[in-house]
Design a protein around this ligand. Structure first.
Ligand code: IPM
Ligand code: MG
Length: 363
């Protein structure tokens, strides 16, 4: 029996979570044993509990086998003090769960090769995996503060910091994944201007000795950004730090047609009991402009559930079954607004989920 904690959050989060839980229910009716419990995080938690990262939600998440998250944030909370912002809920959950490895696959479904803003031949067949370090770097480095200077100015500092063990563990995850994919790993940093980048390159080079079967290349992060739009299919696995990974994964998302398509898995270290903390979430945000209207694309969230089947439930066949169902509905022409193309069938969140459930029913 798997314990799943859901954190629907804000904006379109609850809508895509509902759609995802219907897909989970489909497997439940066929023998997959799980229980779900919902907890509050983000702006909605701030509204009802006075903080975006409530202790009780964090405790529930830590006791779960798997956490599914929708999205956090929205304009309503833009003016909250920094440490109360909805994003705090997500960032604290990542820390509490110790999920340091964020897997962001960018896969271009064949039916969507014309939906990208890039030429179809550039993105068709695209299958890359970004491995983003998720617990370190400038997101969490100290000091992180704004101070007043004697001359009346303000001075703000964020700190980029990495230790060799933090780099070592994320590099190993990336090498392991490259090993079972195309055996190519690109590591992106800014070793030309940042000492963290120099250390990053050294440690990754050292780890590479344990993976002689994987071809490693180092690439400066700015060049990686350019290569991603110039010739993205040159990449197989791309490992990078927290901030570069945040930016490069949004860029990679657009290659696939829409950010509404990209799932993610955030994984911790394997524990003594063989279990591993895991948080699954679409990489898109709360999309306040379309929230509550039933228009959101639930595919990124549903594909995140597929990743849970693969990495946490050890049911790769079920993961593939969900991915195939998504492929099938796209081939049939179903589109949410974000991936709409001329001549296709425009649907909302619920109808897209209906179509996916129907596709699952087909053997
Ligand atoms: C992401 C998001 C988050 C991040 C925000 C919402 C804090 O952009 O998961 O990519 O910056 O990590
Ligand atoms: Mg982001």
């Amino acid at each position: 029996m798997f314990k799943i904690v859901t954190l629907p959050g804000d904006g379109i989060g609850p809508e895509v979570m509902d759609a995802t839980l219907r897909v989970l229910g489909w497997f439940g009716r066929r023998g997959f044993q799980y229980q779900t419990e919902e907890a509050l995080v983000g702006g909605i938690a701030y509204e009802s509990l006075g903080r975006s990262d409530p202790d009780e939600s964090m405790a529930k998440a830590k006791a779960a086998d798997v956490v599914l998250l929708g999205a956090v944030g929205g304009p309503k909370w833009d003016n909250l003090p920094f440490h109360q912002k909805p994003e705090r809920g997500l960032l604290r959950a990542r820390q509490e769960l110790q999920v340091f490895a964020n897997l962001r696959p960018a896969l271009c479904f064949d039916a969507l090769k014309d939906a990208s803003t890039l030429k179809p031949e550039i993105v068709s067949g695209l299958d890359i995996l970004i491995v983003r370090e998720l617990m370190g770097g400038v997101y969490f480095g100290e000091p992180k503060e704004t101070t007043d200077l004697p001359d009346g100015q303000k001075r703000a500092v964020d700190t980029q910091v990495y230790t060799s063990s933090e780099i070592d563990r994320i590099a190993r995850v990336a090498f392991e994944l490259a090993r079972v994919r195309g055996k190519k790993l690109a590591s992106a940093e800014k070793s030309n201007v940042m000492v963290t980048g120099v250390l990053w390159r050294q440690v990754v080079t050292e780890v590479a000795k344990d993976y002689p079967d994987v071809q490693l290349t180092h690439i400066l992060a700015d060049n990686a950004a350019m290569q991603l739009v110039r010739n993205p299919k040159q990449f197989d696995v791309l490992v990078t730090d927290n901030l570069f990974g945040d930016v490069l994964s949004d860029e990679a998302a657009q290659l696939t047609g829409s950010i509404g398509m990209l799932p993610s898995a955030s994984l911790g270290a394997k524990r003594a009991d063989g279990k591993q903390s895991a948080l699954y979430e679409p990489i898109h945000g709360s999309a306040p402009d379309i929230a509550g209207k039933g228009l959101a694309n639930p595919i990124a969230s549903i594909l995140s559930l597929a990743m849970a089947f693969r990495y946490s439930f050890a049911r790769p066949d079920d993961a593939a079954r969900i991915e195939k169902a998504v492929d099938a509905v796209l081939a049939e022409g179903y589109r949410t607004g974000d991936i709409m193309q001329p001549g296709k069938i425009q649907v909302g969140t619920t109808a897209m989920a209906d179509a996916i459930l129907k596709a699952l029913d087909k053997p």
